[in-house]
Design a protein around this ligand. Sequence first.
Ligand code: F6P
Length: 319
Amino acid sequence: MKVGIITSGGDAPGMNAAIRAVVRYAIPRGIETIGIERGWGGLLDNSIIPLTRKSVEGIIHLGGTILKTTRCQEFFTPRGYYKAMKVIKENKINALIVIGGDGSMWGSVQLNEVSGIPIIGIPATIDNDVAFTDETIGFDTAVNTCIEAIDKIRTTARSLERIFLIETMGRERGFLALQVGITAGVGVILVPEIKYNIEEVCERLRDFKQRGKRTSLIVAAEGIGDTSTIAENIEKITGFEIRISKLGYIQRGGAPTGRSRLLANLFGTYAVDLLLKGVYNEMVGIKDGKIISTDLKKVINTRKKLDMKLFTMAKELAV
Ligand code: F6P
């Protein structure tokens, strides 16, 4: 069996650990592994490299992906799927393991429908917005990157007694912002899934001030809208000095944490086992600590729920 490994969409710390796990687990089980460079675009360009044990030496600790990735619009067209199918046939690829986020899982379903190529998905994105897995590879690393940044912002916030609004990534979802808000111990968490009232936010900030809290930090998911305007409005309403810090792309970078590497190893080996059992078109995931797999079509048609209990707990503990 020849299996193509592809990393697609936004890179996530731990993708390399997953590539390494697939290669090192597949080869002794008689599977030939190849890498498709630059995501779906690389499939269209026939950008293919062999992946041996040596190829994946010394990468478990590296962020990003040695296979590189792209956001390739051409792929998501009938012509793109046809071109991909041709490359798959020419290279005699029997199956694909696609490592990426919800967009990559969606692309996998489309490609499978057009070409019939068996696919196993491995969820890897800092957004953690993929259904049927409690956690995606890279999420824990991004959370820790944000915590470190916010702990640093907290020192200057205290010195100048300023309010800080820290914007996190997460696309349209609030999983990253919520987990960061809880673990960095901030006073206000704004996520797209929960409507907020700017007056109530200001009231809460006034209450903090009256209680003598020395810092008031707000974590806002990028998906709630223009965070600069939101910060300006808060300053206008409260009269408190506010600064904004958009964490940006550092959230995608850095060495994967042990947790992200563990998920990468568990997901990578489980993906190979599924292929060996003849189980296709599923995505690997973790549910209550157990490694599972779910039909890819079900994954892409399910919107992952935010845990409202976590949100309520964060609000209560911040006072
Ligand atoms: O999906 C991961 C992610 O980092 C999102 O959180 C963010 O909104 C998006 O990618 C940024 O996309 P790009 O890397 O194309 O600018």
